[in-house]
Design a protein around this ligand. Structure first.
Ligand code: KIV
Length: 372
């Protein structure tokens, strides 16, 4: 590990690699050296510019990185420097619309905590949703209904701290927008003012149009959510694919239209036939983001824990498991347990030691201590 006096950090910003050796430019006592190289596995045919800043003054890297020292970021995402301009612009509702118009799929995943938010942000995911799926995949509730406003606000704050690029949407939990428009407005404002969300998501069709209108008028972007809406689990009689009859198709297309007319910036289509999602997407002037709605939506969203086999329940048809997180963690945990049980962890190298002179002094002092 480098010490405070030999701080070393690398960040890549697009095609530039910046090496910071010693302390940081803001000390004002640094020298800069830039070279350009032509070949690299990472760069393909384009040259990479390598800039080294060298400085003997130490101690300010933590301040410069906003408390994040010694990290290597190998993506287009910039280091978390306070006040620095990010090369990857913040995704907004307008960005999502432009992606729809350009026929570029929108990527979206849920997150509930800071490390996941950082991973998604640095992977270039467009939209991060703090979904009320929180209740089931993180808090262990049976469904999403018990999730409280305070719980989602708490997790939204954590996610907001990890995002610089992705569009942050917070789910309004069941009960937080159902009793009155005033209540709903007050609760939605908390996500923007207190938790750092850029938009809120609400479930329901045309019956939410007035609320969407009012939130939009209060400068709160709204993502709508129709089809299989988990907060309606009791009125739907379970988690069932919606929109399978002609009457249901008419109802859902009318819902989508009403929500768009009311000002929604995007609409989640969950648990509906691919054919219906295609119709809504082609008729809609705002992006559709599908989950269990087939490949023809403007974007796709999945619950993080579904991607990584972390739900402890059978996977639904519409999910795809990209890695077996449960097996990965289980194996590592078994190794840790066995290492501790067999005195293999920690090793001497993983322990702190007294300075040599103190060890010597201690060794000669110990007999006296023992005698006393
Ligand atoms: O709560 C959630 O995670 C959601 C997504 C599945 C769209 O609403």
């Amino acid at each position: 590990m480098p010490s405070n006096n030999s701080v070393f950090d690398v960040c890549t910003v697009a095609r530039d690699i910046v090496l910071i050796i010693g302390s940081l430019p803001r000390c004002g006592k640094f020298s800069q050296n830039t070279t350009t190289s032509g070949a690299s596995a990472r760069s393909g045919t384009q040259p990479i510019r390598l800039t080294a800043y060298t400085n003997s003054c130490s101690g300010c890297i933590r301040a410069y990185l906003g408390g994040v020292a010694l990290e290597i970021i190998m993506s287009v995402t910039q280091l978390r420097t306070r006040g620095a301009v990010s090369p990857a612009p913040r995704v907004t509702a307008e960005t999502l619309l432009q992606k729809k118009l350009a026929n570029q799929p929108i990527t979206a995943i849920t997150a509930y905590d800071y490390p996941t938010a950082r991973l998604l942000d640095e992977a270039g995911i467009d939209l991060v949703l703090v979904g009320d799926s929180l209740g089931m995949v993180v808090l262990g509730y049976e469904n999403t209904l018990p999730v409280t406003l305070d719980e989602i606000l708490h997790h939204t704050r954590a996610v907001a701290r990890g995002l610089r690029h992705s569009f942050l949407v917070a789910d309004m939990p069941y009960g937080s927008y159902h009793s009155s428009l005033d209540d709903a407005m007050r609760n939605a404002l908390r996500f923007i003012k207190e938790a750092g969300a850029q938009a809120v998501k609400i479930e329901g069709g045309a019956q939410r149009a007035e609320l969407v209108k009012q939130l939009t008028a209060a400068e709160i972007p709204v993502v709508a959510h129709i089809g299989l809406t988990p907060q309606s689990v009791h009125s739907m009689g379970g988690y069932r694919v919606q929109g399978k009859s002609l009457a249901a198709i008419d109802r859902l297309t009318a819902d989508a239209r009403a929500l768009e007319d009311a000002g929604a910036v995007a609409i989640v289509l969950e648990g509906i036939p691919r054919e219906l999602a295609t119709i809504i997407t082609s008729q809609s002037g705002i992006p559709t983001i599908g989950i269990g709605a087939g490949p023809d939506c403007d974007g796709q969203i999945l619950v993080f824990h579904d991607l990584f086999n972390l739900t402890f329940s059978p996977a639904a048809k519409f999910t795809r498991q990209y890695a077996d997180g449960a097996a990965f963690f289980a194996e590592a945990l078994a190794q840790y347990r066995d290492d501790v049980a067999a005195h293999r962890f920690p090793s001497d190298e993983e322990s702190y030691h007294l300075p040599r002179e103190v060890q010597t002094a201690l060794a000669s002092a110990q007999p006296r201590v023992r005698k006393a």
